[in-house]
Design a protein around this ligand. Structure first.
Ligand code: HEM
Length: 352
């Protein structure tokens, strides 16, 4: 793999060998994505919490886009104004504190229900035969968790397929309008559940949880199950040695803008440059400590990490009681966005 396509690299099977075979590759500029690409785990570790970089602020881009094409992007602007990841300085500290207090309080409520939710959604793992994991198990389970975490019931019919993709810079206008409609509908639903007089911050916080939690959780569980079952083909589910941290991540990279110029090896990073830090590189390191970086680090480190690990560990605890064996019949990566790694379909066969 001489010159990967970094638009699709995060879902290319060849990435697994690439991360193992190019552990020392220095950062390089990719003309196609117009970003610096960082794929060595040690460089990634250094850069994820660097204060010379910061996440992009999308709200202003959508305000400008809305004016230019005379399109209403007010729901997207509202969402970005409430997502902690898109805030800086004092507004970020405030928004992060609100989110952190809320999630800490929900953790006990969620933890109490994990055994029941897992057992209900994963019951098909106890029967021999074919099983499609993503649409039939992971998707409805993640929905239930996100409703439980945010304390808002959205029902099965609500379309939220695009919500996490709002960070995808490569989307065309039609897709952006589809995202605007989904976010507007979800926001309206949250308002109707919380009451018309609910403060905007309360509505925005819940919207942010759906956006930040949905695809990361769906992708991480799906990709991790895929690789775990593939690597342990032939073993009883009860005999697999399950890691405390998921082995793969649904958040393949994080993107940053350079705010203070710096050098890394021979690479000179200038103000305004974009940098793509591949968190997927940590999957090649085989240690829970390294894979903890799947959740970012520093100012914007993931606030959903404890809950997500509880959910992963609930899932593996359930599987570790099952005497059947599983093998992967087919795996289809999702190709509808360029920011997450997630199976579209994962078909397994359960047998004795
Ligand atoms: C396995 C699942 C998850 C993974 C792999 C994951 C990964 C990440 C990563 C890498 C970041 C940092 C992004 C950056 O620095 O650019 C992040 C931020 C964040 N995540 Fe997660 N996440 C997961 C689940 C969740 C869930 C379920 C929630 C809440 C419902 C959540 C809430 C947040 C929040 C609020 C932030 C922003 C923190 C801030 O900017 O201060 N995450 N996540």
């Amino acid at each position: 793999m001489d010159s990967p396509n970094f638009l699709t690299f995060h879902r290319d099977e060849a990435r697994h060998d690439f991360f193992s075979d190019h552990r020392d590759r220095p950062p390089f500029f990719d003309p196609r994505t117009r970003t610096w690409i960082v794929t060595s785990a040690s460089d990634c570790r250094q850069l994820i919490s660097s204060d010379k970089l910061r996440p992009a602020t999308y709200a202003d881009d959508y305000r400008a886009l809305g004016q230019r094409f005379n399109i209403d992007f007010s729901a997207l602007v509202f969402a970005f104004d409430h997502i902690p990841l898109c805030q800086h300085g004092d507004p970020h500290a405030r928004s992060r504190r609100l989110a952190s207090e809320f999630l800490a309080a929900r953790r006990t409520v969620v933890a109490a229900q994990i055994p029941d939710i897992t057992a209900r959604h994963l019951s098909a793992f106890k029967r021999t035969g074919k099983l499609e994991v993503m649409n039939d198990i992971i998707e409805p389970m993640i929905r239930e968790y996100l409703c439980l975490i945010s304390g808002v019931e959205i029902g099965a019919a609500q379309s939220i397929g695009h919500i996490s993709s709002i960070f995808d810079r490569s989307s065309g206008l039609n897709k952006r309008q589809a995202m605007e409609s989904e976010i507007a509908a979800l926001r309206e639903l949250i308002v109707s559940r919380l009451g018309r007089h609910a403060p905007e911050d309360e509505v925005g916080l819940r919207l942010a949880f759906f956006i930040l939690g949905m695809d990361p959780l769906r992708g991480t569980l799906g990709e991790s199950l895929h690789k775990l079952i593939e690597a342990n083909a032939g073993l009883r589910l009860a005999d697999i040695n399950y890691p405390a941290f998921p082995p793969q991540t649904g958040v393949p990279f994080i993107e940053r803008l350079v705010i203070t110029p710096f050098n890394s090896g021979t690479a000179a990073f200038n103000s305004g440059d974009r940098v793509r830090i591949f968190l997927q590189s940590f999957s090649s390191e085989q240690s829970d400590l390294s894979r903890a970086n799947f959740f970012g680090a520093g100012t914007h480190a993931c606030l959903g990490r404890p809950l997500s690990l509880d959910i992963w560990q609930g899932l593996t605890a359930f599987l570790s009681e099952i005497q059947l064996r599983a093998s992967v019949l087919s795996y289809t990566p999702r190709t509808s966005d360029y920011v997450f790694t997630c199976p579209e379909k994962l078909v397994l066969e359960l047998h004795s």
